[in-house]
Design a protein around this ligand. Structure first.
Ligand SMILES: [Zn+2]
Length: 465
C-alpha cells in the first residue's frame, strides 16, 4: 500500500486569552531566528547532524535558552524545527550544485565525478569551503582534476546557491508534540489544552469539531482563533488501469493543457485578472488617502488624520478580501487538478523541470504579473501531491525548446499567444503542441534532464537537417 501525507486542519472557536499563545509564538520564532542566524552558515555544516549533542545539550548545560523565557519543551521544539530547515536548505544547495555540474561542459568526466562525490561528503566539502587541506579517500584519489580550479568552482557554486540566512517573519505559528497538549471533552464539546508559559498551567481552547488528533501538531494563530495543522498519512488511490502517459504544459491562459488536447482551469486567467484589476483600483484609492493623511498631519489636523487611518486605511477588510480571493483561487486550482486526475486517469504525467529554469523565460510580462509568486509554488506543490495521492508517476523533463518546436515534424516554428505556426504543418494550439513535445521528450535518448540549453538546440537542428 502506498501512503501519502495529507494536512488535516482543525479550527477553534474564539479564544479569550489568546495573548499568551501569541507570546509563545513570538518567543518560539525568536528561537528559530536565532538558530538560523547562528547555524545556517558554512561554519556550522559539520555540527548539524549532531545538533542534539552539539547545540541542545550545550544550551541546557549553560542555561543559554533561559533568555527566551520559554518552557524547555518549546525551545527544544523550535531548535529542532530550525535545524531541520537548515538541513533542507543544504540539501537543496547540493541538488543545485549537482545540476549545474552535470550541465557544465567545461568539466571533464573525472572533475564531474569529483564534485558529485564532494557534495555528498560533508567533511570534504567543509574543508574545501574553508580553504583547508583535504584528505582524499580511495574513491577520489585516482581522479585527475584541476585542483585549484575545481575547489574554487565548488566554493563559487555553493556561494551562489546559498541564499540569505533564513529568517521567519511569521510570528504566529509554532509546533507542539504529544506531551505538550491534551484533548478534553465535556458537555459543551471538545477542547484542546496547550502547554502554557507557566509550569503546570495549560491554555484551554474550544474546538469546532470533535476530532482528536495525535502526534506533532502545528498551531497557527489568527486574530482571535487558532488552526491546528496535522500531517496525516492516507492511503493513495489508484484510478487508472493501464499505461497512460500524458504530457502537461502549464498553459498560457489555462492551468494545464494536456498532450491529448484537453484544457483544465480555463477560468484561472480570468480569476487572476479580475483580482489584479480590483487590487490596483483599491491601491490607487488607498494612495489618495495616504496623501490626504500626510496633508492633515502637516496641517496639524491630527484627529482628521487619525480618522483616515482608522476608517479608510484599515488593514482588516483589505486583508480579508485578499485572503478570500486567495482561498477561492486555491480551491479552484484543486478542483481543476482533481478533475484532470479523475477524468483523464493518467498512470504517468510528464512535466517540465522548472526547478532550474525560471518562469521568467516562459511567460510574457503581463501573465507573470498575475502569477504572483505563491501561485506558482502552490500549483507545483498541488500537482505533485495529487499525483502521489493517485499513484501517478511524475516524470520531469528538460524544458528547453518544448514550446518552440513543432510536435509533428520537429521543425522550429513560431509561437504567438495561443497559436503555434509551423511552416510545414500549419497552425496548432500552442499549449497542446507544447504538451505533446513534453510527452515525447520523456523518450528522447539524446536530450536528458541535464543536457545544456545550447546543446539541445544543436541536437534539434541536426535532426531537421
Ligand atoms: Zn511541423
Amino acid at each position: 500500500m502506498i501512503t501519502v501525507v495529507k494536512c488535516i486542519k482543525q479550527h477553534s472557536l474564539q479564544i479569550e486569552n489568546i495573548d499568551e499563545l501569541k507570546d509563545i509564538a513570538t518567543r518560539y520564532v525568536a528561537v528559530k531566528n536565532y538558530v538560523y542566524s547562528r547555524y545556517a552558515g558554512i561554519n556550522s555544516l559539520l555540527i548539524l547532524n549532531n545538533a542534539k549533542k552539539e547545540i541542545r545539550d550545550v544550551w541546557v548545560k549553560a542555561k543559554f535558552a533561559e533568555q527566551w523565557c520559554l518552557p524547555a519543551r518549546y525551545w527544544k521544539m523550535a531548535l529542532d524545527e530550525a535545524i531541520a530547515n537548515i538541513k533542507t536548505e543544504w540539501a537543496n544547495i547540493k541538488l543545485r550544485v549537482k545540476s549545474v555540474t552535470l550541465k557544465n561542459e567545461n568539466l571533464t568526466e573525472d572533475e564531474r565525478s569529483f564534485i558529485l562525490y564532494v557534495i555528498k561528503a560533508d567533511k570534504l566539502l567543509f574543508s574545501i569551503l574553508k580553504h583547508k587541506s583535504i584528505e582524499k579517500t580511495k574513491k577520489i584519489e585516482k581522479l585527475v582534476i584541476r585542483e585549484k580550479y575545481i575547489y574554487s568552482l565548488i566554493r563559487r557554486y555553493v556561494r551562489k546557491y546559498k541564499g540569505k540566512v533564513p529568517y521567519s517573519y511569521n510570528k504566529r505559528s509554532f509546533m507542539i508534540d504529544a506531551d505538550m497538549y491534551s484533548y478534553k471533552k465535556d458537555k459543551n464539546g471538545l477542547y484542546i489544552e496547550i502547554m502554557g508559559l507557566d509550569r503546570g498551567k495549560r491554555i484551554k481552547v474550544k474546538l469546532k469539531d470533535e476530532n482528536i488528533h495525535k502526534g506533532n501538531l502545528r498551531i497557527i494563530l489568527n486574530d482571535d482563533t487558532l488552526e491546528i495543522h496535522r500531517p496525516k498519512k492516507v492511503k493513495a488511490n489508484k484510478n487508472w488501469s493501464e499505461d497512460k502517459v500524458i504530457g502537461l504544459d502549464k498553459g498560457y491562459k489555462t492551468l494545464i493543457a494536456t498532450s491529448e488536447g484537453k484544457f483544465y482551469g480555463e477560468d484561472l486567467n480570468d480569476l487572476l485578472s479580475k483580482e489584479t484589476e480590483r487590487l490596483s483600483e483599491v491601491n490607487a484609492k488607498r494612495n489618495k488617502y495616504y496623501a490626504l493623511h500626510k496633508t492633515y498631519i502637516e496641517e496639524g489636523k491630527t484627529k482628521k488624520a487619525e480618522n483616515i487611518l482608522k476608517f479608510n486605511l484599515g488593514k482588516k477588510k483589505y486583508n480579508k478580501l485578499k485572503n478570500r480571493h486567495e482561498s477561492v483561487t486555491k480551491s479552484y486550482i484543486n478542483q481543476e487538478l482533481n478533475r484532470f486526475f479523475i477524468s483523464d486517469k493518467p498512470s504517468e504525467i510528464v512535466i517540465e523541470d522548472l526547478t532550474f529554469v525560471s518562469w521568467e523565460k516562459k511567460f510574457p510580462k503581463h501573465i507573470k504579473r498575475k502569477l504572483s509568486s505563491w501561485i506558482k509554488g502552490y500549483i507545483n506543490e498541488r500537482l505533485n501531491y495529487k499525483a502521489e495521492l493517485n499513484c501517478v508517476l511524475v516524470t520531469k523533463i528538460n524544458p528547453a525548446y518544448t514550446s518552440q518546436i513543432c510536435s509533428i515534424c520537429s521543425a522550429f516554428g513560431e509561437r504567438v499567444g495561443e497559436v503555434f505556426t509551423c511552416a510545414n504543418c500549419g497552425k496548432t494550439h500552442a499549449d497542446t503542441n507544447a504538451g505533446v513535445n513534453i510527452k515525447n521528450r520523456k523518450n528522447d535518448k539524446e536530450i536528458t534532464l541535464y543536457t545544456p540549453y545550447k546543446k539541445v538546440k544543436k541536437i534539434l537542428e541536426d535532426r531537421i537537417a
